[in-house]
Design a protein around this ligand. Structure first.
Ligand code: OGA
Ligand code: MN
Length: 382
């Protein structure tokens, strides 16, 4: 379906993607330093109350959230994660989510290494295994996506990870209100390296095109672009950094968007944020869990608090993966965390979470498109 009129989006995409001569990035909005762009954004105050007690996210009152005035409904939250939850999800994206029966780009032929991360994550891992890990580009969760036919598959579906669905629901409710009952039913985990980009597209394969899209970034910063519902509108480009969340809601749900460029780690050399969990995190977490938390609580470790809170909130972990609490305990360990941090120095992870069905509806209420025969073969062969 070609849009009538000039492809302005593509023009901007190419200009920002350019390597030689280097792209002019002066039109890219930096939420940490908006300068002359202040008229392009409005600060929004997350209104949900339940998210105040979401453990592992900073208190909602501390979130910095903005809406793009030229793209109403496009909301960016600057890293609302505590360092602990950030590490937790990075580990899940690299060591758990790529496991079968989830599907990755490496599954078009039998996997050379079934455990992609575990085989290739160490500097002294076998070179072939390291190259294999470097080739990991995407993993699908929940209802798997057939990239050839651009449809979701009814047959190929796994339980959606509870941790990711709980967290995304809290974020959506905090920003869009308690009445927005977002249900994570499918996700694509994208793995980018410095030379990667994602060209302009809309996400339109979901049955519900009104429910928001939630996109979480970890690791290297990037330039993200978002425009209108056709490619004829001038898009807004902005930097996304480690931990940032983009919500595409309302009219922006069907906006064209793209990632023309991944940037090196030191590009914002003035960035001061520490890479290790800080005392600030600890204090924040205590108040996040329970505002009434007193001395007794603050004496306990993050892990104990996390465990208690997560069981209280019934956050279940996938049975086939390391348990939630175990992983939380592990991410504090410098040795355990090191390979993940190394990966993030050279790569960007994007967790793109979608609701497929309209409120009150389920899979059986829809007429599903057929998936590619090769895709069926792939998903039945595990
Ligand atoms: C997607 C997508 C954006 C990003 O996977 O559909 O738009 O920030 N990703 O990587
Ligand atoms: Mn998209």
């Amino acid at each position: 379906m070609a849009d009538a009129g000039e492809d302005i989006f593509m023009k901007h995409f190419k200009a920002l993607k350019r390597k030689c001569p280097p792209a002019d990035l002066t039109s890219v909005l930096d939420l940490d330093n908006p300068g002359s762009f202040t008229n392009k954004i409005s600060r929004i105050t997350p209104k949900g109350v339940s998210a105040d007690s979401m453990f592992g996210l900073l208190p909602v009152s501390e979130w910095r959230a903005y809406e793009l005035l030229d793209v109403p409904g496009a909301i960016i939250i600057r890293n609302p994660f505590t360092e602990m939850l950030r590490r937790y999800f990075v580990c899940r994206c690299l060591s758990d989510y790529p496991r079968q029966p989830n599907i990755s780009n490496l599954d078009t032929s039998p996997r050379i290494y079934p455990e992609i991360w575990q085989a290739g994550c160490h500097p002294n891992s076998d070179l072939r295994a390291r190259k294999y890990l470097h080739k990991l580009r995407w993993v699908t969760l929940g209802y798997h996506y057939d990239w050839t036919k651009k449809v979701y598959s009814q047959e190929s579906c796994n339980d959606f990870p509870q941790d990711l669905s709980t967290t995304t629901q809290h974020i959506v409710q905090a920003v869009l209100g308690e009445s927005c009952d977002f249900k994570a039913e499918a996700a694509i985990v994208n793995f980018y390296h410095l030379d990667s980009s994602l060209s302009g597209h809309t996400d339109h394969s979901e049955f519900d095109l009104a429910a928001p899209l939630i996109s979480v970034s970890f690791g290297l910063p990037c330039v993200f672009m978002i425009g209108g519902q056709t490619k004829t509108k001038v898009p807004q480009a902005l930097y996304l950094r480690d931990g940032d969340v983009v919500i595409m809601s309302g009219k922006a749900r069907m906006s064209y968007h793209a990632v023309p460029k991944v940037l090196p780690k030191n590009v914002f050399s003035a960035a001061k944020k520490s890479d290790t969990p800080s005392s600030v995190d600890k204090n924040t977490m205590t108040s996040t869990v329970n505002p009434k938390c007193d001395d007794e609580c603050s004496k306990r470790s993050h892990c104990e608090e996390f465990t208690e809170h997560s069981s209280a909130k019934k956050v279940k972990h996938d049975a086939d993966t390391s348990c939630f609490t175990q992983l939380i305990n592990c991410v504090h360990d410098t040795e355990f965390w090191k390979p993940y941090e190394t990966y993030l120095h050279e790569s960007r992870i994007n967790l793109n979470v979608r609701q497929l069905f309209e409120p009150g509806k389920q899979a059986k209420d829809y007429c599903w498109p057929t998936t590619d025969p090769a895709f069926n073969f792939l998903t039945n062969s595990t």
